[in-house]
Design a protein around this ligand. Structure first.
Ligand code: GLU
Ligand code: ZN
Length: 470
């Protein structure tokens, strides 16, 4: 039997880590077993749909390479299927029309709550034999849930899960407005799409017995289930689609690599010995539900950053450089206006945790002129400052081959011959050329800025100091 899984998000907001982890595990399980993976948008609850969500889902899945088979399934376009099955269920007594008014149902419910009972439909319409005498056209359709016995299903992570039928009620499968409900549509689709494994968050466990009972009523094979443990955010709260901060796609904008994201996600609740780094092929080969934990995991941004840095440093330069271009453009940096990106990348790659960080940290290399204001950041006696700058200027001017080793040698020589502290020279050069207190080695930075710009700026700085202070 071909394995078939699906990711079935409701378009009620932007995808978050919990959603994507579900998608990933579902995708991996299908890939590992040479099966199929479907994307299904559960959009029948029109009032809860949020504009832009479907676009977000597609964007994220494409970015991560979680490619789906066939077209995207939209539940809103499959109403004919649901109608057909509900008609069949009504005809065969697996479902019935309930004419109870909203007010009556509400009253009964409040009464049950008041008596500390679990609110449940009381079955008033379950046995109406002849509904012809009912003139009320407003009805919902309810599933005729078995009254006795147990409903059991197999969960790949938790083993057999059992519920008493007496704990369930005749839940609604079609609303008053004719729209089918969530629990019903899921079954209709999983059945129609021949899904073999339903992989989703553990918050769905309580829905599963209802769904299993519908499968059974329809004499269909019940799929296997895998309910994944909950994922908590850094504040140990459940991830929510309503919180815009959780938007998964913002990690693309922040300069994270899809491989790092997937590697991070796969380890949230799944392990393979002590292994931490997984290529996508390794994940596909090694993934199994056996090693999925039952307890919740907590999001840890530090670990994600560490993995991103790992991938930035372990992919080919060419690959990263082609990706970097987007982030330079986004910051309005013209890379033709400065050092070669490959050289810049080599100098910055092991200091930065994301592609965007590389761009932000190296942005000063692409400014037309060295920032004049940097001069005012230097804390140093003006006389000494001027002397050092002059010596540096003349010595740098004479460098024949502008490479960082020569620049470094020259700086050391300046310090030695003139009895200037090496630290001080470096401090001054770093401040005036980068404006920052930390940077890659100053000789590499000066090399990247280039001979002409360094010499020109030093000269300008010297004139300015003389004019201003002397
Ligand atoms: N639409 C459901 C959700 O977004 C998923 C249902 C399922 O996977 O069965 O939580
Ligand atoms: Zn009723």
């Amino acid at each position: 039997m071909k394995i078939k899984t699906r990711f079935a998000p409701s378009p009620t907001g932007n995808l978050h880590f919990g959603n994507i982890r579900t998608a990933l595990f579902s995708w991996l399980f299908a890939k590992k077993n040479d099966g199929k993976f479907f994307l299904r948008i559960e959009d029948t609850d029109v009032l809860r749909n949020v504009e832009g969500s479907v676009k977000n889902i597609i964007k994220v899945m494409k970015w991560l390479g979680l490619n789906w088979d066939e077209k995207i399934y939209f539940q809103s376009k499959r109403l004919y299927l649901y109608k057909k099955i509900i008609f069949f269920m009504l005809k065969n007594g697996f479902a019935y029309k309930c004419y109870c008014s909203k007010t009556v149902l509400e009253e009964k419910r409040n009464h049950q709550i008041l008596n500390n009972e679990k609110p449940k439909y009381d079955g008033t319409c379950r046995n109406i034999q002849n509904s012809n005498f009912i003139f009320n056209n407003s009805f919902v359709v309810r599933f005729r849930n078995p009254l006795k016995g147990y409903v059991k299903f197999f969960d790949e992570i938790r083993g057999i899960i059992k519920f008493k039928n007496s704990e369930l009620d005749d839940f609604i499968i079609q609303r008053r407005n004719g729209m089918p409900t969530y629990n019903f549509c899921v079954v209709a689709d999983d059945l129609d799409m021949k899904i073999t494994h339903v992989i989703r968050g553990e918050d769905h466990i309580s829905n599963t017995p209802k769904q299993v009972n519908i499968f059974t009523a329809l004499s269909a094979n019940v799929p296997k289930y895998a309910h994944l443990p909950i994922l908590l955010d850094e504040n140990k709260k459940k991830f929510s689609k309503k919180n815009n901060n959780n938007d998964f796609f913002k990690y693309f904008e922040e300069g994270f690599l899809p491989e790092a994201m997937l590697n991070y996600l796969v380890r949230l609740g799944w392990s393979h010995g002590n292994k931490e780094i997984f290529s996508i092929d390794e994940m596909k080969n090694l993934f199994s539900f056996k090693n999925v934990s039952k307890s919740s995991s907590i999001f840890d941004k530090k670990k994600l950053l560490y993995l991103n840095k790992y991938y930035i440093n372990n992919f080919t330069n060419e690959k990263i450089i082609s990706l970097l271009k987007y982030y330079f453009e986004k910051e309005n940096i013209d890379i033709l206006n400065g050092p070669n990106v490959k050289k810049v990348f080599k100098v910055f790659k092991n200091r930065c945790f994301s592609l965007r960080e590389i761009v932000i940290c190296s942005s000063y290399l692409y400014k037309k002129c060295v920032n004049f204001k940097n001069l005012f950041l230097v804390k140093c006696n003006k006389k000494k400052f001027l002397i050092i700058l002059k010596v540096v200027y003349f010595n740098f001017k004479n460098i024949k081959i502008w490479i960082s080793s020569e620049i470094w040698k020259t700086i050391q020589l300046i310090s030695y011959k003139n009895n200037f502290s090496l630290k001080k020279i470096i401090y001054i050069l770093r401040k005036i050329f980068t404006g920052k207190s930390s940077s890659p080695s100053i000789s590499k930075i000066l090399y990247l800025i280039g001979y002409a710009k360094v010499i020109f700026s030093l000269k300008k700085f010297i004139f300015f100091i003389i004019k201003k202070f002397f």
